[in-house]
Design a protein around this ligand. Structure first.
Ligand SMILES: Cc1cc2nc3c(=O)[nH]c(=O)nc-3n(C[C@H](O)[C@H](O)[C@H](O)COP(=O)(O)OP(=O)(O)OC[C@H]3O[C@@H](n4cnc5c(N)ncnc54)[C@H](O)[C@@H]3O)c2cc1C
Ligand code: FES
Ligand code: FES
Length: 1361
């Protein structure tokens, strides 16, 4: 379409004459900040943390994708005099944009020293904070919501948290805590409401409670929450309210590199743009900010148009609504939503589809600031608004200054607007002023769809918008515009197909023609960026079809076509999923009424640091204040997966002012450089060759972070590629690229003979992909020298003594001169067990050499590139079984992608080989395992440590047997379950197994059989929606695979005032270890828990500590604590006997004066677990097993592959839980992580071995919207475990595999769809079962239209590891 140029409606005739300021003034937590030289490149987050020392606000990603940096900004709207409060991402907000605003951070709303704000208190007390790194961001999202809406709805809560991620909690407890603020929660009964007493679910669903005599269902006491009184909130600073100059003055801030302009008049804006055509307008900075950070672009002129009226106003007109280009997406959404309720329905169809699309556009923090103009002008091919605006051919007003004259014109979105990748017809000197959203006509319908990897806060894979005009009162197409995103370098229309549709009836015949035509008109090259070629092509057709159904339904409602034009079954294709309101229950063993009130064991105690985490006072590594002479270290990373290093040249970098050193392999001996926690096969700095992308080649040390990073980019490295470059498991098999000594073989019985005797044999394969740890806090370290030959390191590691050992090696100093300290971690999940070396050791080296403190915290993209993931596995298996379904023989090959170095991969593979049979007794087994050596980062420990991957294979086998025999797999499971006394294939006799109990209780709790029946009925009446259900058991062996590390130590110091300082061998990574250890100490010493404090882990308090891993930290350290307490109790015995009525403080005081040592160490090593087939055949390999069972119900959309988890029920055997709140939190968090592993999280690698998914924008972990609509967890009662501290069981890793219940439920749903279409139910579905894989497995007439190119005839954009 030609761009129409019409007359201007904008000439203001004004001469630009405004007052200009150059001093940045804003308020933070009520205090005025004045900065005469603000840096336009500085973000609000950096300013808060580095200049104002407000470290409560965290950096999790730096790209607006995690919400850890959420703060509230408040500003006055001069037109309405209203004060507006918005949650924003401080990591993308330029500090210069804060002029005249008030910023509130987590520190500004409450503190443990004064009073917690109710939003802080409730998240803490509801157990919604584990590692706590996400907590301040979540607190601030909630706070900002309450400031605008003191009694929000559950829907408001859903929207408020779309932009926040938490990797630990599984979200349920956060929502439970916060739903107490909502309208839905309040009840006419007030404080007497049973919901306030913890018995209802808060949705008014049940007030009966589930508790019985020995079962409790109250994890926290809602009635004791501080009341929320909105009138007590801090006021907006009067100075900002009264002084209009904050808004009316023009602003110019200049740094040597960048100038920031904030004009207030349109002419002024256009003049600046005319003089600087390459200047960037910065509105939300959600595109520019990301470009600057990740593409390292420099824009010397930035213009903030937030005060230019024409770009910020909203006007209703006769036939349209005018939105200034800078109006935020949230304001557009709210305005249109309001109009929808006021205008006749037919006029609002364009608005409705915009509002629905905006709901899934980014998160709330982004929508609060991002502009429509920014979305249009960026012109991303996957923009969500551009398809709607293009299909709507909306009119836009553009203006520019030419020869001092203001020129305006109208342009239309539609054909010809985008001229290339991120290019359009608006000239560089011009500015987009506003967009006209059309009111629709009675015979016009507008429908849009978006399909993304994750529904909330994700960019589209493909999106579509259809704008159709019918001849009045008919179903004859008069005109149609169909726009698609994700199918070309720009948003594109399908003009040929549209033309063909004109004058045609809107019916099934047309659908057939359109789908074929769209396939031909919108092709994709097999190597097109973004990959998923067949899926994306099928989405074009599917999204059209969904739109067809929706419009048909509307035509039916309008009486234009008969009601039976589309069947009820078909209608299921029209709908999309919407996040349901959470229901949940948590059941656990009630503490005996005889238990002393001071004995905290078995009670749901709040995480010891939860309050500090909720107020932002809890310090993580990078929160340690900067030291006067501190330097910053930036790593230089390999950009090649396998190459010879020809040269390294740091001259240019070292020539920069403020750069102090560059270290590489040339600076340390090979003996110092070659390291490894178990096997020394890695380097601190690459020597001669690189074996993976992201391998550390060197390190730059400079005055500050910015300089260090810039200098690191200037280090020149010349490479020569080495082939072959092995990236995938299949490539490793082809090239036989395995670590030495593999395959490993584990055998039991006579497999060959058993295969000969069995009735059935089946051979299958299954594959599970990598998983990024995505702890919210990236790796960090700070090193400080003490004296000339001592060094202290603060590291975000799960293995401080390992870090101590390696630093000692690299610096050639004995370990007693290296102290490693860890206060807490912002999550670890195994990813900080060995991989912390890459940061901690270079930092220590630089510090030791330069004799100055050195710091480094990885950016999210660096962290993801360097630190490795969960091991992808490929399994090939052959099973033999009887007619009844009893498995008698199994031969299985396990291939693990270990990456380029060994790390702990040998143990991960062994764990997978040990666990593959899950809960099933297989008398004849041969397991063969290969560790594939590839040119990818070294894979490492990750919650579950290979077992979930192994059990995934076992669960496939059970279902294969049932499918082949046509039996119920639940019966096949029961038939094959282990029984007490059985012996595993690694020769361990199974004593008290609780699998049957967990299984039966879970079947009952979940109403499994009833649900399954209902699902069948649902599936019969829904053609495009299918539900599936699955039950998954788990058996997880507890203990370290490396025998000698099954040990722990502790140190307990009692001070003369009676306070107790505990140091033990574990690190607090959010799992609640310190809380449980305080509970153990309190019980063992018989004192209240609040007498006890744990400050940190330090290698000078507990030597040679085992890594905090393998779920055993409570077991090991808890027993060591009991040992130390026993010693102290023995020493205090005579005093207690002599003074039986005295208090603890008095006893301690007496002991001090009696010169009794009040310090004791404790030690524990797990007995009888050195299993060795030759030397110790009777010892155990695992100390004991943790069992659990989960049932999940899902629904899939067969047209798009999207899914919704409707319910999950878990029953877990944790012995006698030390702390049910923490344990249930671990179960829920692990389930959600497992759910991510098996359904959502997909690492994207190029065929050249370079990681393409380097942040939350491309790597999707589960968000709030992904949790099961109903999430029930119960702990088995009356099942004490004799083999661990206070009869408890380990919890961290065992529940993770239950997340696979969602995968198998999805597979079950797909099977229903395939059965209906007469297809085989024996089909491949590699994990994760992403939307793309689900859709392509639901084969139908649409997918048949897409011809897939033959593998090997093209280079794909990405490969599966
Ligand atoms: C975490 C995250 C999630 C996201 N999710 C989505 C999503 O789901 N869907 C989606 O489509 N996008 C998404 N985006 C992209 C982005 O948020 C949008 O494109 C947003 O609309 C950009 O607006 P902005 O005001 O922040 O742009 P800015 O970054 O401020 O500006 C972007 C560009 O537009 C230009 N510009 C802005 N206004 C004008 C004007 N009036 N005239 C001329 N040029 C102008 C600027 O010069 C600049 O080049 C996401 C981004 C992030 C960081
Ligand atoms: S750090 Fe800002 S959103 Fe992640
Ligand atoms: S508690 Fe949310 S990320 Fe750890």
């Amino acid at each position: 379409m030609d761009q129409k140029i019409e007359s201007s409606e904008l000439n203001t005739g004004k001469n630009v004459r405004t007052k200009t300021s150059s001093v940045l003034i804003f308020f933070v937590n009520g205090k005025k900040v004045i900065d005469a030289n603000p840096d336009p490149e500085c973000t609000l987050l950096t300013y808060l943390r580095d200049k104002l020392y407000l470290c409560g606000t965290k950096l999790g990603c730096g790209e607006g994708g995690c919400g850890a940096c959420t703060v509230m900004i408040s500003r006055i709207d001069r037109n309405t005099n209203e004060i507006r409060h918005l949650a924003v991402n401080a990591c993308l907000t330029p500090v210069c944009a804060m002029h005249g605003y008030a910023v509130t951070t987590v520190e500004g709303i409450g503190s443990t020293r004064t009073r917690l704000h109710p939003v802080q208190e409730r998240i803490a007390k509801a157990h919604g904070s584990q590692c706590g790194f996400c907590t301040p961001g979540i607190v601030m999202s909630m706070y900002a919501l309450l400031r605008s809406s003191p009694q929000p709805t559950m829907k408001d809560l859903e929207i408020a948290f779309q932009g926040n991620l938490c990797r630990c909690t599984g979200y349920r407890p956060i929502l439970e805590g916060y739903k107490t603020f909502t309208k839905e929660f309040s009840c006419a009964m007030g404080d007497k409401c049973c919901k306030m007493n913890g018995n209802g679910d808060g949705n008014g669903n049940s007030c009966n409670g589930n508790s019985s005599n020995n079962v409790d269902d109250k994890l926290f006491e809602k009635s004791k929450f501080l009341p929320f009184d909105p009138s007590q909130e801090p006021i907006f600073p009067p100075e900002l309210q009264l002084n209009t100059e904050f808004d009316s003055n023009s602003i110019v801030f200049k740094s040597p590199r960048v100038s920031w302009y904030r004009p207030v008049e349109l002419e002024e804006l256009l003049q600046i743009k005319a003089q600087n055509p390459n200047a960037k307008l910065v509105v939300g900075n959600t595109e520019v900010g990301v470009e600057v950070k990740f593409k390292h672009l420099l824009y010397p002129v930035l213009i903030n148009p937030s005060k230019v009226k024409q770009l910020n106003e909203i006007k209703e007109q006769e036939d349209s609504i005018y939105f200034g280009a800078s109006v935020s997406l949230m304001d557009i959404q709210n305005y249109l939503q309001d109009l929808i309720t006021k205008l006749p329905e037919y006029q609002t169809r364009f608005f409705k589809c915009t509002v629905e699309m905006l709901h899934y556009f980014a998160g709330k923090q982004i929508r609060n600031v991002a502009s429509l103009g920014g979305n249009i002008m960026t012109g991303s091919p996957i923009s969500d608004m551009n398809p709607i605006l293009t299909a709507g051919t909306v009119k836009m007003l553009v203006a520019g200054m030419v020869d001092g004259q203001l020129k305006t014109r109208y342009v239309h979105m539609g054909s010809g607007f985008f001229t290339g990748y991120r290019k359009n017809v608006i000239a560089p000197h011009e500015v987009l002023i506003g967009i006209y959203f059309p009111k629709t006509l009675p015979n016009q319908y507008v429908i849009a769809f978006k399909q993304a990897r994750r529904r909330d806060d994700d960019i589209a894979i493909v999106n579509s918008a259809i704008n159709v005009f019918f001849k009045p009162n008919t179903n004859i197409v008069d005109q149609i515009f169909m726009a698609f995103g994700g199918m070309a370098p720009t948003t594109i229309l399908a003009p040929r197909t549209s033309e063909m549709m004109v004058k045609q009836n809107w019916d099934h015949v047309l659908v057939e023609r359109v789908t074929e035509s769209l396939c031909a008109e919108l092709p994709l090259e097999p190597s097109a960026p973004g990959g998923m070629i067949a899926y994306r092509r099928s989405l074009v057709v599917s999204l059209f079809y969904k739109s067809y159904l929706v419009i048909s339904q509307k035509l039916v409602s309008a009486g234009i076509i008969p009601y039976n034009s589309i069947s009820d079954e078909e209608c299921s294709g029209a709908e999309s999923f919407h996040t349901p309101i959470l229901k949940s229950a948590q059941l656990f063993e009630r503490v005996s009424s005889e238990q002393s009130i001071c004995d905290p064991i078995g009670r749901p105690k709040v995480h010891a640091a939860a309050m500090k985490q909720a107020t932002g006072e809890a310090m993580y590594c990078d929160d340690i204040p900067r030291m006067e002479n501190e330097l910053y270290l930036a790593l230089v990373l390999s950009t090649k997966a396998h190459a010879k290093i020809l040269s390294i040249d740091a001259t240019e970098a070292l020539a920069m002012d403020g750069v102090h050193a560059f270290y590489s392999s040339n600076d340390i001996s090979d003996n110092e450089n070659v390291v490894g926690h178990v096997i020394r096969d890695e380097t601190i700095f690459a020597i001669d060759k690189v074996y993976t992308g992201g391998q550390v080649i060197g390190a730059i040390v400079a005055d500050n972070q910015k300089l260090a990073r810039e200098a690191a980019k200037l280090v020149q490295i010349d490479y020569e590629d080495i082939l072959p470059r092995i990236i995938t498991i299949e490539q490793a098999i082809e090239h036989e690229s395995y670590f030495p000594n593999y395959p490993q073989i584990l055998e039991k019985g006579d497999v060959d003979q058993a295969f000969k005797n069995c009735a059935h044999i089946y051979e299958g394969t299954c594959r599970v992909g990598a998983q990024e740890h995505f702890y919210l806090e990236t790796h960090a370290a700070i090193a400080v020298t003490r004296d000339t030959d001592e060094i202290e390191i603060f590291s975000s590691t799960q293995h401080p003594s390992g870090i101590q050992k390696l630093i000692s090696q690299v610096l050639s100093v004995p370990a007693h001169r290296v102290v490693c300290r860890v206060k807490r971690l912002g999550g670890g999940f195994g990813g900080k067990e060995t991989r912390s070396t890459s940061v901690a050791v270079p930092v220590a080296l630089a510090c030791y050499r330069l004799r100055r403190p050195v710091r480094c915290m990885l950016d999210r993209d660096e962290d993801m590139m360097i630190t490795g993931t969960r091991h992808p596995f490929l399994f090939k298996y052959k099973i033999g079984f009887t007619n009844e379904g009893l498995i008698t023989a199994c031969y299985i090959e396990c291939y693990a992608n270990a990456g380029w170095s060994m790390d702990v991969s040998f143990a991960v593979l062994e764990h997978a080989m040990d666990h593959f049979e899950n809960c099933y007794r297989i008398p004849n087994i041969k397991v063969v395992g290969w560790l594939c050596k590839t040119n990818t980062p070294s894979n490492t420990a990750f919650r579950g440590f290979g077992a979930p991957q192994g059990m995934f294979a076992g669960e496939h086998m059970i279902r294969d047997v049932a499918r082949i025999l046509g039996k119920d797999y639940v019966d096949i499971m029961k038939l094959n379950f282990y029984e007490t006394g059985d012996i595993t294939h690694y020769n361990q006799k199974l004593d008290t197994l609780q699998i049957n109990r967990c299984f039966d209780e879970c079947l009952e709790q979940s109403n499994f059989y009833e649900k399954r029946k209902k699902i069948q009925e649902f599936n019969k009446s829904n053609r495009w929606r299918k539900r599936g259900i699955s039950i998954v058991p788990t058996k997880y062996g507890i203990s370290f695979g490396i025998p000698h590390i099954n040990q722990a130590g502790c140190l307990i110091n009692i001070y003369a005032d009676g306070s107790v300082l505990l140091a033990h061998g574990g690190v607090e990574i959010g799992q609640g270890l310190h809380t449980k250890m305080i509970q153990c100490t309190a019980k063992a010493l018989g004192i209240p828990a609040d007498f006890i404090h744990i400050s940190e882990f330090a290698t000078d308090k507990v030597p040679n500590a085992t890594p905090t891993a393998a779920s055993v930290s409570s077991d090991l350290n808890g027993m060591a604590i009991i040992d130390a307490c026993d010693k102290l109790n023995t020493r205090l015995k005579t005093i207690k006997e002599a003074l039986p009525t005295a208090t603890w403080k008095e006893w301690i005081n007496k002991a001090y004066f009696d010169r009794i040592s009040l310090s004791a160490t404790g030690f524990y090593s797990t007995p009888d677990i050195h299993y060795d087939p030759v030397r110790q055949p009777n010892a155990r390999k695992y100390n004991y097993f943790t069992n659990g069972v989960g049932v999940t119900v899902v629904e899939i959309d067969c047209l798009t592959g999207d899914h919704q988890v409707w319910s999950t029920d878990i029953v877990m055997d944790l012995g006698s839980s030390i702390n049910p709140a923490i344990d249930i939190g671990q179960i829920e968090g692990a389930y959600m992580q497992g759910y991510g592993l098996f359904t959502l999280e997909e690492l994207i690698y190029s065929p050249q071995g370079i990681l393409l998914s380097r942040g939350p924008s491309t790597y999707k972990i589960a968000g709030f919207g992904n949790i099961p609509a109903e999430f029930n967890v119960s702990l088995l009662t009356g099942a004490p475990n004799p083999r661990a501290v206070y009869s408890s069981k380990a919890v961290g890793e065992p529940p993770l595999f239950i997340g696979a219940a969602a995968y198998f439920a999805i597979k079950n749903a797909i099977s229903h769809a395939r059965t209906e279409r007469g297809l085989s139910t024996d089909f491949t579905l590699n994990a994760p079962a992403t939307a793309a894989k689900i859709r392509m497995a639901c084969e139908d007439n649409f997918t048949k239209l897409i011809d897939e190119p033959l593998p090997g005839t093209y280079t794909p954009w990405n490969v599966e590891l």
